[in-house]
Design a protein around this ligand. Structure first.
Ligand SMILES: [Zn+2]
Ligand SMILES: [Zn+2]
Length: 253
């Protein structure tokens, strides 16, 4: 496994795309891999990274990938589309209790990019109230930064907001409110040279991560996040990249 370096130019590349290899995308009508390449080109992007799901311990929701078919398929798409910068990766779901098994599962794969994402952070956690629920989520993200497997990118920081049942006016994970833990996340990311992604699977509204966090992270030496649409169907590839680019320009110049 040789992951793309911290400084590899990922500008104008969609760094978070699901294909029919992700069960949740397959069932949602994901397109064939070549169609994804065609869409990326048609949208004027320089390339993309295939990042299908691995969520150990949740195979009922996300069955294991057929890794042989996965790499054979994407290597062919790479060969057939030499004008695009295409990489093969995974979005790995982090949970402390499954982290070692995850590490074993992916250890020998020829991956170039790994998004480490927290999708599961306690059952019925939102019933604990906003403060406790978000603390559970953010502590899981902090723990994910010491996962026992390599990764390049922290997926969708702020993900818990997307599913929180709280009123829209109080759903925000504000930097000031969760400062100690968010500061630790930013510091550890800078220290480990791990990038964030600006996840645009937010209907263009919510920023993920948000600006207050990114400003603090930048002050600590953090670098501009990459862009990821988190598309599960081709129509969503590169969605809202114009808004996210302006947003990041405003913070990182
Ligand atoms: Zn995710
Ligand atoms: Zn995703």
């Amino acid at each position: 496994m040789e992951l793309l370096s911290y400084t590899y130019d990922l500008s104008n590349i969609d760094c978070h795309i699901h294909s029919r290899f992700s069960p949740d995308a397959r069932n949602a009508g994901a397109d064939e891999p070549q169609k994804i390449a065609d869409t990326v080109r048609a949208k004027g992007l320089r390339g993309f990274i295939a990042t299908d799901h691995i969520d150990v311990g949740h195979w009922k929701d996300f069955a294991p990938l057929d890794f042989d078919a996965y790499f054979t398929t994407w290597e062919k798409v790479k060969r057939d589309n030499p004008d695009l910068d295409i990489h093969v990766g995974l979005e790995v779901g982090y949970e402390k209790k499954h982290a070692k098994e995850t590490a074993r599962l992916i250890a020998d794969l020829p991956l170039e990019y790994i998004i480490n994402s927290v999708h599961y952070f306690g059952k019925d956690v939102f019933a604990l109230g906003k403060k406790k629920a978000y603390a559970e989520y953010l502590n899981a993200v902090l723990a994910s930064l010491d996962a026992p497997y390599p990764f390049t990118t922290i997926g969708h920081l702020g993900f818990a907001e997307r599913y929180a049942p709280y009123d829209i006016s109080e759903r925000v994970i504000a930097y000031d409110e969760f400062e100690p833990i968010l500061r630790k996340i930013a510091e550890r990311a800078v220290e480990r040279k791990i990038r964030f992604e600006e996840n645009t699977n937010t209907d263009g509204e919510m920023r993920c991560p948000r600006s207050d966090f990114l400003r603090a992270y930048k002050d600590m030496g953090g670098v501009r996040p990459v862009l990821g649409s988190d598309a599960h169907v081709s129509a969503r590839i590169g969605a809202h990249f114009d808004i996210a680019t302006k947003f990041l320009d405003g913070i990182f110049g």
